[in-house]
Design a protein around this ligand. Structure first.
Ligand code: HEM
Length: 189
């Protein structure tokens, strides 16, 4: 499946990086939408969160089809879909497969099963997005040809910095809100 001038391997890597970008964007938008500063923009943020997440899922499916069709490093469908079953980089590939299932579960339950599952169970399942995202970073970093080069470290490090910063902001905001609630409760006779 070679496109003229672009080898299949380059496309595999590009689709991997695009999925990395889309999932990181999706998680960031989801986390930001809950911050007070974005309260008025919440519908837009939710739209961005869902659309980029689904675009990420489709991009990963493309990534996996390219791997399956590659002539140099051959992956069978079993090696792609059964974790740790592949001859090539079994650990990193297996982490990629688990990551795919986790993201798929999160987005399918959010768009099609949310009402049936109920808010509590849905929220618990939705938290799987955190291990999914960590597995994605590990997969890319471990399997990447250039992970030791500055540009790759910048891409992985940048994504991690962004998500950790937004999570910390969320934590701080809910911490200060709960302090304020406690103070209000003390003041009311
Ligand atoms: C949600 C699922 C996945 C995501 C987000 C993802 C992400 C990525 C990323 C970011 C890269 C670029 C690494 C680099 O070149 O620095 C990559 C490359 C790669 N991925 Fe995945 N991947 C996923 C699933 C899989 C699966 C299931 C397999 C195989 C079983 C796989 C095998 C590979 C291979 C062989 C490369 C090429 C590494 C290289 O030589 O540079 N990926 N992936």
């Amino acid at each position: 499946m070679d496109v003229p001038f672009i080898s299949n391997w380059v496309l595999i890597r590009l689709s991997g990086f695009l999925a990395y970008f889309l999932f990181t964007f999706s998680i960031s938008a989801g986390l930001l939408s809950r911050l007070a500063v974005f309260q008025k923009k919440r519908p837009l943020m939710n739209e961005l969160h869902q659309t980029s997440g689904w675009a990420g899922v489709l991009t990963v499916i493309f990534h996996m089809i390219l791997l399956w069709r590659d002539r140099f490093v051959t992956y069978t469908l079993g090696e792609i879909f059964i974790p740790f079953f592949s001859d090539h980089a079994p650990l990193a590939s297996g982490i990629g497969t688990i990551c795919f299932y986790l993201f798929l579960i999160v987005f399918v339950t959010s768009d099609f099963l949310m009402k049936r599952l109920g808010k509590n169970l849905w929220r618990k399942i939705h938290l799987l997005v955190i291990p999914a995202w960590i597995f994605m970073v590990l997969h890319g970093f471990l399997i990447g040809t250039d992970s030791n080069l500055p540009w790759a470290a910048f891409l992985y490090g940048g994504g991690v910095f962004l998500v950790v910063t937004i999570m910390s902001l969320r934590y701080l905001e809910s911490y200060f809100n709960s302090l304020a609630d406690k103070n209000d409760a003390k003041k009311t006779p």
